[in-house]
Design a protein around this ligand. Structure first.
Ligand code: ADP
Ligand code: MG
Length: 363
């Protein structure tokens, strides 16, 4: 397995890119640690596949270099980089049996016969196809073919990294869960460097130790699921992750005081922003309280989701969602307050760090 450094990578699909908008991938400068489990998460078209194909060597980047364990591999092919890649749609050899499909990458590399037998049998169990080892791939469903493709990605133990591009798209929901858990387990056992592309936050948050959130060709935050939840670096992260996503409200900052319309808001730690920036307050629905104290609110709708309720309200016309417990009673004159610990301030969509003194404490 390898550490992967992406140094100042940019990519444009057009021949002579001029402006920033011409780049499908804006500047990416990041290290994937050896043995890490990463997810690339973002909406369709944000550049996930582009970045993955640059790592694997299918796509030469317009600018920048890729290092594996410090060695420059920018000009090497996928094979020479020793990468296993699983795509969104199955790529299998139709005329081979399931067993042969899995054995193929090992035979190609001259792995001894007993080891091939052992690894293929182990992988067949993992992908739940042990009973169909001798069947030709041609007759199988898309779902089973994709399991073969996954198996082919997992069967080798000597790869630099295993890359997955939305590999569970064609798999049925129950099997999705099973395979995802197995990938996680495999990572725990063998510490492969794994990069898993998905647009599904649940997949990303359950699979990865570190989630790389992308939007419009840019990495907007890299963090643990907890960091993305507690401290979204960008309003996009707040809104894309979470259900419902973070509330974002326009605020005025006036000498350390923060106002939503005529209401003052208290923060855990003070912030300072440049004048002229668009300032917004972000607070996840989990940190919005409904009770007798705070800003007057109008309730628009209450969704009962079983263990908890999602309350949709407005403050001065701005929509705010709150997650409250099932037994929460909404007063007749409802008021909303924000838990300061879960409140972040954004300037031009990027999170503003609290003001700190020389000792690192908030002032
Ligand atoms: P994702 O995998 O996140 O859905 P992609 O990396 O496939 O996103 O695409 C990023 C952007 O690059 C999109 O705007 C897409 O239309 C564009 N793009 C992707 N592949 C090509 C290509 N072969 N030629 C031109 N534009 C492309
Ligand atoms: Mg894609």
């Amino acid at each position: 397995m390898a550490r992967i450094d992406l140094n100042n990578i940019r990519h444009a699909y057009m021949p002579n890119p001029l402006s920033e908008d011409d780049f499908a991938l804006k500047r990416v400068h990041h290290t994937f640690d050896d043995g890490g489990a990463y997810a690339l998460l973002g909406p369709s078209g944000c550049g996930k596949t582009t970045l993955l194909n640059i790592i694997s060597g299918l796509l030469p980047p317009t600018e920048g270099e890729i290092l594996f364990d410090g060695r420059d591999v920018t000009d090497l092919s996928t094979e020479d980089r020793n990468i296993a890649q699983v795509f969104q749609f199955p790529v299998v050899y139709d005329t081979m049996t399931v067993y042969q499909n899995l054995a193929f990458p090992l035979r190609n590399r001259g792995v001894p016969a007993e080891e091939i037998e052992r690894r293929v049998r182990e992988t067949l169990v993992m992908i739940d196809l042990a009973g169909r080892a001798e069947q030709k791939a041609r007759g199988l469903t898309a779902d089973d073919k994709q399991k073969i493709a996954l198996g082919r990605g997992l069967v080798r133990s000597d790869v630099s990294a295993i890359l997955f591009d939305e590999p569970l798209t064609v798999i049925d929901p129950h099997m999705k869960w099973v395979l995802r858990s197995q990938l996680k387990e495999l990572h725990r056992r063998f510490a492969f460097t794994m990069v898993y592309v998905t647009h599904d936050q649940t997949e990303a948050l359950t699979f990865a130790d570190q989630v790389v959130v992308m939007n419009e060709g840019e990495i907007v935050q890299i963090g643990t699921p907890e960091e993305l939840f507690e401290r979204p670096n960008h309003t996009f992260v707040g809104y894309f992750i979470g259900s419902p996503g973070m509330n974002v409200l326009p605020v005025q900052i006036d000498g350390g005081d923060i106002h939503i319309g005529s209401h003052a808001v208290r923060l855990a730690e003070p912030v300072a922003t440049n004048s002229g920036a668009l300032t917004e307050l972000g607070v996840r629905p989990e940190y919005v309280r409904i009770g007798e104290k705070g800003m007057p609110a109008q309730i628009v709708r209450v969704e009962d989701t079983g263990r908890r309720k999602i309350v949709h309200a407005t403050i001065d016309g701005h929509p705010v969602a709150a997650i409250v417990s099932e037994d929460c009673v909404i007063p007749s004159d409802p008021r909303i307050s924000f838990d300061p610990a879960g409140t972040n301030i954004y300037a031009d969509s990027w999170r503003v760090d609290p003001v700190r003194d020389a000792r690192g404490g908030a002032i």
